[in-house]
Design a protein around this ligand. Structure first.
Ligand SMILES: N[C@@H](CCC(=O)N[C@@H](CS)C(=O)NCC(=O)O)C(=O)O
Length: 221
């Protein structure tokens, strides 16, 4: 049995939860907050969530975990079978994370956690995020899924990260940078939100946010 460890506010946690639901993998969830370093211990070397616990030990880094789950449970594949198209799917995921979400993440301290971010950072993020999203448009189809006719792992990744990027940039810049670069984004998000497992992770996310707010802990992502 796989145990998914972390908390439902995290988009990287929700990426794995969505993948496991879509692949019909049976799993348990263990609530671990990133500031609970005594629980994270050796399981996640950088002290980040999510990580998984398995009969063989623990594993960190969501993309490594996603690839492991795909190897372990090849039924209900989340990647194209053709090896080049598989690599293209991973290419898109890498751009979504490294050049979009990881860039926008520098805003979260102010957009979600009550802190503040310098104007210099805001300008830099806007410039780099726009470039990252432009790169994503060049290798995406949105017809109707991000890579075309088939729902893939890239959709699970795109949905959770687009959700955060949209919320953060609307709050900081008062404009929807995602929509400016990806005009089809709202119909894509609606399509994703019509999926039952997406509805589950979004409802669980809302509950996780409420529980997190009640804790009144200082945390900035
Ligand atoms: N590259 C990591 C990113 C995970 C990550 O940044 N997790 C955040 C929560 S969304 C975290 O644990 N932050 C606490 C910290 O950095 O100490 C992955 O894909 O798993």
């Amino acid at each position: 049995m796989i145990t998914l460890c972390g908390f439902g506010v995290s988009n990287y946690y929700n990426k794995l939860k969505l993948i496991m639901l879509e692949k019909d993998i049976s799993f348990e969830e263990k609530l671990v907050y990133p500031w609970q370093q005594e629980l994270l211990g050796q399981s996640s070397p950088l002290g980040k969530i999510p990580y998984i616990e398995t009969g063989n030990g623990s594993l960190s880094e969501s993309q490594v975990i996603l690839d492991y789950l795909e190897d372990l449970y090849p039924e209900l594949p989340m990647f194209p079978l053709d090896l080049f198209q598989r690599a293209k799917c991973r290419e898109l995921i890498q751009h979504l994370e490294l050049n979009c979400e990881w860039v926008a993440r520098r805003l979260y301290k102010e957009s979600f956690f009550g802190g503040s971010v310098s104007n210099e950072t805001k300008l830099d993020v806007k410039y780099r995020l726009t470039k990252g999203l432009e790169a994503v448009t060049k290798i995406s189809k949105f017809s109707p899924y991000i890579l075309g006719a088939t729902f893939t792992a890239a959709d699970c990744v795109a949905f959770v990260h687009f959700t955060m990027i949209q919320l953060a940039t609307k709050k900081i810049y008062n404009e929807n940078i995602l929509e400016q670069v990806l005009p089809d984004i709202s119909s894509y998000m609606q399509l994703m939100e019509s999926r039952p497992h997406v509805q589950t992770i979004m409802q669980d996310r809302l509950n996780a946010i409420k529980a997190f707010v009640r804790l009144k802990v200082k945390y900035d992502g």
